[in-house]
Design a binder for this molecule. Structure first.
Ligand code: FES
Length: 153
């Protein structure tokens, strides 16, 4: 809780506590704490002097905000059409086996979250895997597994 409060205060101060900066503040706080826990949203609401319901509505509206715990490493597999026809289902299956997770799950040790999306807007590079926010194009099962194994080191 102390870490949450300190993080929210620091990020909010960077934006001079401006209510209009709610979205970038939530984004930066999430980047640091990995997800937006209920106490985090309460701290943001208190810090910006905004109604908690408003903070919740913003946090739930945008897909980029996670109200569930997320792992230290986020692995996203694109399952859009272009990626699918170039083998993303096999990549997802290999990654699921490697991590022992299904898409949408986070490992118990909090290390990995596996997600799937329906197009990352970079279809020319299909099939696509995103790890730690970095895009890796023209992937296959072996390359995806090598990426994960490197992230585990
Ligand atoms: S379908 Fe994967 S990036 Fe568009």
């Amino acid at each position: 809780m102390a870490e949450t409060t300190a993080t929210v205060r620091r990020v909010s101060a960077k934006y001079e506590g401006r209510k209009r900066a709610l979205i970038p503040i939530l984004q930066e706080v999430q980047d640091e704490l990995r997800w937006l826990a209920p106490e985090t949203l309460e701290a943001v609401a208190a810090e910006l002097d905004l109604p908690l319901a408003h903070v919740y509505s913003v946090a739930t509206f945008y897909k980029s905000f996670s109200l569930e715990p997320r792992g230290r490493h986020i692995c996203t597999i694109c399952m859009g059409t272009a990626c699918h026809v170039r083998g993303s289902a096999a990549i997802l299956e290999r990654v699921e086996r490697n991590l022992g997770l299904h898409a949408g799950q986070t490992s118990e040790d909090g290390e990995f979250t596996l997600e799937r999306v329906n197009c990352l807007g970079a279809c020319a590079q299909a099939p696509l895997v995103v790890l730690e926010g970095r895009y890796y194009g023209r992937m296959n099962e072996t390359k995806a597994e090598a990426l994960l194994n490197k992230a585990k080191e």
